[in-house]
Design a protein around this ligand. Sequence first.
Ligand SMILES: *[C@@H]1O[C@H](CO)[C@@H](O)[C@H](O)[C@H]1NC(C)=O
Ligand SMILES: *[C@@H]1O[C@H](CO)[C@@H](O)[C@H](O)[C@H]1NC(C)=O
Ligand SMILES: *[C@@H]1O[C@H](CO)[C@@H](O)[C@H](O)[C@H]1NC(C)=O
Ligand SMILES: [Zn+2]
Length: 301
Amino acid sequence: MGGLCPLKFVLFVSLASVLVPGAWGWSKEGHIMTCRIAQSLLEPDAAHAVENLLPQHVNGDLSALCVWPDQVRHWYRYRWTSPLHFIDTPDDACTYEFSRDCHDTHGKKNMCIVGAIRNFTSQLLHYREGSSDRRHNMTEALLFLSHFMGDVHQPMHVGFTSDEGGNTIELRWFRHKSNLHHVWDREIILTALADYYDKDTELLLQDIVANFTDGVWHDDVSSWKDCDNLMKCPNKYATESINMACKWGYKGVTPGETLADDYFNSRMPIVMKRIAQGGIRLAMFLNRIFSDSDEEFAAAT
Ligand SMILES: *[C@@H]1O[C@H](CO)[C@@H](O)[C@H](O)[C@H]1NC(C)=O
Ligand SMILES: *[C@@H]1O[C@H](CO)[C@@H](O)[C@H](O)[C@H]1NC(C)=O
Ligand SMILES: *[C@@H]1O[C@H](CO)[C@@H](O)[C@H](O)[C@H]1NC(C)=O
Ligand SMILES: [Zn+2]
């Protein structure tokens, strides 16, 4: 039998990633909005640190690289990051527990979104020591943290094990084929963009920002940001996600059916709120990680 020649292999791999777009995280729109929100809320210390860590070519725009972890997850060098994009919880339990659920399929501990957020948070806490810890690439740590803070807020990223967070639940979204996971990664956002925002992500983003600055979510922001210990709070975000996955994601969905207006109208507000929460909490993390005070550093070491 002849081996797969490298060119065919490359074509196969890139085709496969076109066929299952964004099966591992918020779509690029979701990640871009999360990171735009976060960067706009940075205090001076964090803003400078982020600017220093970003490569020249993005001109200081964090959101340009927040999808990067999805792009490299198939590369040999980054294959270890693949299990970090989600958390599998026991079917129908509708709960998340770090010690029970945060591992990869081989049982390796900490290999899940929450473990990743902790890992890259503690790596970044060493940034202030200057050149200290050369084992880790601080730019990559920033991009991973920014990406995974988005993923942990996508409810179906903390889903059931046997259906892979809804990936194997095939159905139709209005007139085209999709799956339940992808509906939450991207379809709801794209339909919202097409129906209400002239397909302009910037307009949608402005609406989300308006809703947490003086709109419907204004009074909730301080509770969203509430966090005593950066290493523990991601557990809370994962628990919120599995609760929403049960209450809004899986609820009432039959494989093979068509999801349309009813599902879209009732779930869109949840998706938008999760994007806002992800952005606000990412800013909270970065502000504390890069602030001049020694509090976080002492707590984490
Ligand atoms: C933490 O990051 C390092 C590389 O920076 C990696 O080797 C390790 O597997 C990561 N662990 C988790 C849980 O993300
Ligand atoms: C850190 O990672 C980025 C992105 O992968 C890469 O471009 C850069 O060269 C790395 N820096 C170092 C010092 O290895
Ligand atoms: C913002 O809030 C208004 C009023 O509740 C709502 O109609 C709109 O859909 C919200 N927009 C987003 C993007 O959340
Ligand atoms: Zn992801």
